[in-house]
Design a protein around this ligand. Sequence first.
Ligand code: SAH
Length: 463
Amino acid sequence: MKRIVLKHGEEDRIRAGHPWVYDNEVGKILDGFTAPSAGDPAPVVLLPGEVADVESSRKTYLGRALVNPNSKIIARIYSPSKEGMDKGFFKRRIREAVAQRTVGPSNYDLHRHSLRLVFAEADFLPGIIIDRFVGWPLNKVESAELESAVSLRPIMFEDAEAALGKPQSWIAIQFLSFGMDSRREEIIAALEEVLEQDGFIIPDGIPLGTSAGIVEKSAAKVRELEGLPLREGLIRGSFPAAGIVIFENGIPFMVNLIDGQKTGHFLDQRDNRRIAAAYAQAASAGKPVLRVLDVFSYTGGFGIHLARAGAAQVTCVDASAAALETVRINAGLNGLGDSITTVEADVFEYLRRRPAEELYDIIILDPPAFAKTRSALEGALRGYKEINLRAINMLKPGGILVTCSCSYALDEIRFRYMITEAAADAGKRLIMLDFRRQPADHPVLVGYDESLYLKCGFYRVAG
Ligand code: SAH
C-alpha cells in the first residue's frame, strides 16, 4: 500500500473531517512495501484510481483514500481505518446510508418516497451520488385515466397504486471521481444486492426490490477535472420514454431521468417546497387571487406546490423549453388547468423587462449554482443580488420572497448579507420568516463545508 505523507501543518483540515487532499499539500509518496534502501530510491508514482494511505508529516494515520494524480484533489479519504475497497465495502456503506434515511423525524418511507440514497463524501462514498425514484410510468398513469377531466382532480398516490399496483423504482447515478468511476460495475452490483436482499435495513423488513432501470447521469463538469469524459445513458433495465410519475409531498411530478437535468428532479428542495406551499395556503385564505412568480422553475417543483396550495396565478419562467413542457405535464397531473403559465426566457432579461406595476404575492428564486468555485464568488454575488433586488421590488407589501442558493462556495452568512444589501438598495424592510437548508437525505459532513450547500430563506416584505 502506498503512503501519501502530507507536508508539515497540512493535516488540520483533514483531521477536522475534510476528506480531500490537494496535490500541493503532499510532501512525499512512499511505497509501504519496500524497505528503505540506501541511495536515492526510485520515485513512487500514484496511479489513477488506486487506494493509498494518508499520513501527516509526523506519520499520524489520517485515513485510506482513493487517489487520482491527474486531479488537483489528489486523494479522497473514504475511511478513517485501513479498510479495503471491494464489493463488501460498497454494500456496507450503501446499507448504512439507506438505513440512516429510514430513521429520524423526516419519516421517509422508501417504498413510496423518492430519495437521495447516497450523497457522496457526506455518506463516505466520495464521488458517488445515487437518487432513487419511486413511481409509475407516465403513460400507464395517463392510460389509467386517474384524473377526471371534468373535476380536474389531481392524481393521488393511492389512486395510482389501486389502479396500477405497487410502484416501481428507478435509479439515477453519478460517478464524479476517477476512483469510483473505475469501480462502477462493482458499485452497481453492490447497490442492487442491497436493495434486492437487505430488507432488514427498512423498518418493515421488506426489501426495496430490483430497480426497473438504472440511468447514469455522469454529465457533471467536475468530471473533466478528474480527467473523465461526460457519460449519460441507461446502464441496466429500461426507462419509460415518456418519463415516470413520482409523488413528492403527495403531489405528482413527471420525471425524466434520461433527458432531465442533473439526476432528473431536484429532490433537495422537497421540504422547502412544502413550507413554501404552506405560506401560499395561509396567504390565499384571505386573498382570492394569489399571484406567484417561480423563476428558474425547472419542471415547476415550487410553482406546482404553490398552485396546489391555492395560488390562482402561477408563472413559471425558465430558459429550458423541455423543462417548461414538463411543467405543463405536471399542471395536468395536478388538475391545475390554466392557473399555471410558462414563459421561456432568460431570467435576468425577464426580470429587467417587468413593468413597475406588475406585483406578486410570492416570488420563488431558485437559480442554478452561480458560484461553482470560491474564485467565482464575487461575480456570482452580483448575479444573486441583482435577481433578489428585482424580486424584492416586484413583491406587494406583505409579499413573500423564497430565495435559494445551491452554491456551496456561498456560505449562509454571505448569502444573508447579500439579501440585506438587496433589501437596503430596494429601500424595503424584510422580516426573515425562516431560513432552511437541505433535507436529511442530503446529509452534511461536519468539517466538509462543501456538503452544506443549499440555502433557502423565507422573507416577508414589511408593509
Ligand atoms: N426550482 C427548480 C430547480 C431549479 S434548477 C425546482 O424546484 O425543481 C435551475 C433552473 O434554472 C434550471 O431549470 C435551468 O434550466 C434554469 N436556468 C439556468 N440559468 C437560467 C437563466 N439565465 N434564465 C432562465 N433559466 C435558467
